[in-house]
Ligand binder design. Structure first.
Ligand SMILES: [Zn+2]
Ligand SMILES: [Zn+2]
Length: 259
């Protein structure tokens, strides 16, 4: 299975449109939380507007997708007013065939995949792939590269140790020290947050465990023009390596960007 793993779109319309345009190239899409942006939730983009727009984007996804909430996607229920979108209700309400969200566990192409709501204490057991917003604490995927502060979650780390999935696909830390780290046999991935017109993303082939991260950056070329580049980071291999990975990676590369 070929998975496209992204996270932290933060209400970026262009990135949602890119995801919609790319979707048919993958078996499964993963959006690991922070679809909305609380920082922009003032007058210009009230959360109700963001929710409406993001729900329209999600409705355009035809490829199977697993999407969890992040800290920007959840607000508390207002005790004096009905708010059906609170507590991640706006995303929960998007659940349909081939769109799995918070709390779902499903079997897909020989993998058991769990989608975990933000700040959930316990994961479902036996998942081989877990989609959760916060990375586990004490790995490089949760440490901010600028200030070296670890923004990872103790709960996620505890669940990782108890359940030992093959992959934990997360987001949240926008500029992690490393986009990939591992604990024993579990590979943890965090694509990070880029500055280009397409989101940073990770492509995972679960059979060969060939993994590519693509960084999308807009750099100032000179004072006036901006240059955009997609940089594939060297493919990494996890423990499920098999002999045919090189063929598969070539296939992935050719079919998606490198033709
Ligand atoms: Zn974020
Ligand atoms: Zn976050």
């Amino acid at each position: 299975m070929c998975i496209l793993h992204t996270a932290d779109f933060h209400h970026n319309h262009g990135w949602f449109d890119w995801l919609i345009a790319q979707q048919t190239k993958f078996d499964l899409l993963v959006l690991a939380g922070d679809l909305l942006d609380m920082r922009a939730s003032g007058r210009q983009y009230p959360l109700s507007t963001q929710v409406k727009e993001v729900r329209e984007k999600l409705a355009a996804l035809k490829t199977p997708a697993a999407i969890c909430t992040g800290n920007h996607d959840i607000w508390m229920t207002n005790p004096i007013a009905t708010d059906v979108w609170a507590e991640g209700g706006w995303l929960k309400n998007c659940r349909r065939e081939n769109l799995w969200i918070d709390g779902d566990i499903f079997k897909f192409m020989d993998e058991h995949i769990a989608v975990v709501k933000h700040n959930t204490d316990r994961w479902p057991a036996r998942a081989s792939i877990v989609v959760v917003h916060n990375p586990p604490k004490n790995l490089k995927t949760s440490v901010n590269a600028c200030n070296k502060i670890d923004f990872g979650s103790h709960d996620v780390a505890r669940n990782l140790v108890q359940n030992r999935p093959d992959f934990v696909l997360c987001g949240h830390v926008h500029n992690p020290v490393a986009w990939m780290d591992s604990w024993e046999n579990t590979t943890v991935l965090n694509p990070g947050f880029g500055t280009g017109p397409v989101p940073n993303h990770i492509i995972i082939d679960t059979e060969s465990c060939e993994i590519i991260r693509v960084i999308a950056e807009t750099k100032k070329h000179n004072q006036k023009t901006r240059r955009f580049s997609l940089t594939p980071v060297c493919p990494a291999l996890s423990r499920r390596k098999t002999d045919h990975n090189h063929l598969i990676i070539r296939k992935i590369r050719n079919s998606i960007y490198w033709k």
